[in-house]
Design a protein around this ligand. Sequence first.
Ligand code: SF4
Ligand code: SF4
Length: 428
Amino acid sequence: MNSVLTSLPRYHGKRRAAQALSVLLAILVPATGLFRIDPGAGALVILDRQVWFADFFLIAGLWITLLSALVMLYSMAGTVFCGWVCPQNIMAEWANHMTHKLLGKRAEVSLEGDAPVVAPAKDKALNWILLALAFLGAALFFGLIPLFYFYPPATVWAFVAWRADPKLAGSLHWIYAVFVLIIFIDIAVIRHFWCRFACVYRVWQHSFRTRQTLHVRYDATRSAECEKCNYCVTSCFIDIDPRKTDVYDSCINCGECIDACNRLHAKKQEPGLLRFEFGERKEQREARISFRNNAISLTSRSSWMAVIATLGLSLFAWGLWSWEPLHMSAYRAENQASRANLDYRIELVNKRYRPDSVVLSIRGLTDADYRLTETRVELPPAGRVSVILALSDQLPHGLHAFSIEASSPDGWHSRFPIQHFSEQRQRQ
Ligand code: SF4
Ligand code: SF4
């Protein structure tokens, strides 16, 4: 085969691989504890660690890195997220594929008024039932993915198997049923209508596009070859003409039209008329000259975002390094019972999803001055335990400065200073 043709990129297979990987990652990212929400603790979980508002650097670093990386992506590659990663597009494309397979190539679902044209040979009850079951199965599957962001995998499995689990919210089956219904309607009817007319995220991505952003380029000098051909237009599932793409159109840089035109011209051993390009739409020779300049200009425009991303990464690394796996606080155990004002409640929190232990001691008081309900505290994964520090009612009148010391086997240490005023003489 001609070397020009063998060097031509093919996007379809790569895009399918990227889409499969993105669905897998959408499950693995929360399931492995890389990033999820713990509703019970009211905390974000990053790298299997509870992150509190106090862990400011970790949260700020993560969001600055993510946002700057995304802004760089939007300005370099436009709405490429939609075409290669977005779950809405994945579901819509899959639904189109299933519909064509079971009802014929012209069975397009459109909310713009055109009824689907079902192939007479495929217009059977069995095909309609199979299609409905496929959509229901997909809705049941995709509806489960958000659960991984709120529950550990074992709890999600308990939910699927209808097993009781104290971590599961009581109304979760109803919430899930509503999710499944919405996804089913989306797959069956809405599909790319959402992408074209309702997706706010696409508008947000658009706001970063410029004339230099990656787009489909049409070789107008060979336009005579397009006579009586409409192949690229029919291959575009967003329903736009790839020969007339513009900065703010609906193109999601999927590359299907480029593959289609290349396939068409492969018979003639020549490349197609479409390809991806950075830079303004110009005549081919002029565009070739300016490609390098445009790419350089795009890179330099993005460099300030790279600086911000580096700052975000540094904050994130610092946040990880300074993150504390355990937390201790203490406060007066106000109680109207007899030991009021002499007891302190020590709260120990394990921010990791594995068991831990803490040894408590008191510095600044003699053994006779206090009693701890526990000195070696076993903490469950992501759990909290309260220990009571009971001060002796024989403490002399006056101010007593002491501290609660806590340490874990892996080197964590915390100190909580307390100034206690004893009113012992007044009670006598
Ligand atoms: S597929 Fe290629 S040749 Fe056919 S209309 Fe599109 S750009 Fe022209
Ligand atoms: S114009 Fe081409 S790259 Fe853009 S959405 Fe349509 S098929 Fe995909």
